[in-house]
Design a binder for this molecule. Structure first.
Ligand code: SAM
Length: 399
């Protein structure tokens, strides 16, 4: 890099080398150096003698212990989630939500011996799910209080039984992603299977799960973007109408449209009528790849839709939306996206393996979503962050 005088002969400006090979060579030299350093460092860490030496130095000991605990958390993670699962399945949180209980009272209501209830409570306390407030008096800790109060989290914990069975041999799933899994049957629409013929029972099962996990997500989306500026919105793949119900509560003047597969649209009509929103929401049944979606909304929403599908199907969905929507319509994509924050990294690991078991979809970054939107012809794609990237990041664009 050199500094040169500009035409006026005044302030110096930076003249950057333009040749691509300069950057490639420098980049590859840097990465070779980084790889050599990493190799040296890994050899050191792998040596028991070095690790013992580190443990004798107070500052380094703290770092080493933090890393050891993180590795143990990874190794034992399944056991920790099974403690959580046992508390949910036995109804421990449900009981403690009512107030403090003794181990014996909990044992009687949850059907365990007092000794095994004590064992469970002690582990749940170590995981900060419950807390002991007296000699034999237990209450919910913060995380337990959230799980007890949120039906969506409880339902997802119960649903994980299916995911964990599918991930029983992850190497097999990675080698043979076409093999049958429970999640492939549960999400029967994935990869365009049975879409228009999807039966009511299958639609009901996944739509109920989606609806129960919608309230936290809807709040997160509605806090990040003001939908009150629109006259009407269309929720594409809107399920049972959970997101539109939250929109109606927040912005009572919004006119609402929902589009989903015919079997789900029928459920949404019943559900919205039961919520007193029957006359407020127009429900349309069809396939978002081949049926034109209504073109009379100011903003079309795709909440947890694109992530379910591989790139080729995402292109087809966006192509159909681009052909259907009138120019000027806003489009919002809301889902968990990969990114540098801790929440986004955790979500990306989780969803990447979830979609592997489901047989389609992937957790994309906002940049990848913006580029798919631009490729489909949508203008000005841009990211809007939410307060919780574990739940969703938003990408907006314009037809
Ligand atoms: C993961 S769920 C998300 C539901 C809702 N947006 C939410 O976040 O709760 C995906 C939704 O897309 C719908 N869907 C899947 N394939 C579809 C298709 N080809 N046409 C229309 N809707 C479809 C499903 O029926 C389901 O309601």
């Amino acid at each position: 890099m050199a500094t040169t005088r500009n035409d006026e002969g005044t302030a110096p400006e930076l003249s950057l080398p333009t040749s691509a090979s300069f950057y490639q060579e420098t980049g590859s030299r840097l990465s070779q150096r980084a790889a050599r350093f990493r190799q040296w460092r890994n050899r050191k860490i792998a040596s028991p003698g070095f690790r013992n030496w580190v443990m004798r130095i107070p500052g380094l000991r703290a770092i080493a212990n933090r890393k050891a605990a993180a590795l143990f958390r990874l190794t034992a993670g399944f056991v920790f989630s099974q403690v959580l699962s046992a508390c949910v399945r036995l109804g421990v949180f449900e009981q403690l939500e009512k107030g403090a209980r003794s181990a014996e009272q909990l044992a009687a209501t949850c059907g365990l011996s007092p000794e095994k209830m004590q064992l469970l409570l002690e582990q749940a306390e170590r995981l900060e799910l419950v807390t002991q407030v007296g000699p034999d008096s237990w209450m919910l800790d913060d995380a337990g209080a959230v799980v007890a109060a949120d039906r969506g989290i409880t339902q997802m914990i119960l649903h994980h039984e299916m995911l964990y069975r599918d991930l029983d041999a992850p190497e097999t799933l990675l080698k043979d992603p076409e093999s049958d899994t429970h999640l492939k049957s549960f999400w029967a629409y994935a990869r365009g299977r049975h879409t228009l013929q999807l039966d009511q029972d299958t639609a009901q099962k996944y739509s109920t799960l989606m609806q129960s996990s919608q309230s936290m997500l809807a709040d997160c989306i509605l806090d990040a973007h003001d939908f009150g500026t629109y006259g009407s919105i269309l929720d594409v793949g809107g399920g049972n109408g959970g997101f539109l119900t939250a929109c109606a509560e927040r912005h009572p003047n919004l006119r609402l449209h929902l589009f989903d597969l015919p079997a789900v649209a029928a459920l949404a009509r019943q559900n919205l009528a039961a919520m007193g929103l029957g006359s407020k929401v127009e429900v349309h049944g069809g396939d978002f790849i081949s049926t034109p979606v209504p073109d009379n909304a100011d903003c079309a929403c795709l909440v947890r839709i694109l992530c379910d599908h591989d790139d080729d199907r995402v292109r087809d969905i966006l192509k159909n939306l681009h052909a259907s929507l009138k120019p000027g319509t806003k489009l919002m994509v809301a889902e968990a996206m990969s990114g540098p924050s801790e929440g986004a990294r955790l979500a990306a690991v989780y969803f990447s393996f979830y979609f592997l078991a489901m047989g389609s979809g992937r957790c994309r970054s906002d940049e990848e979503i913006k580029s798919l939107l631009a490729e489909a012809g949508f203008r000005r794609p841009h990211t809007v962050k939410t307060y919780n990237p574990l739940l969703a990041t938003l990408v907006f664009a314009e037809r």
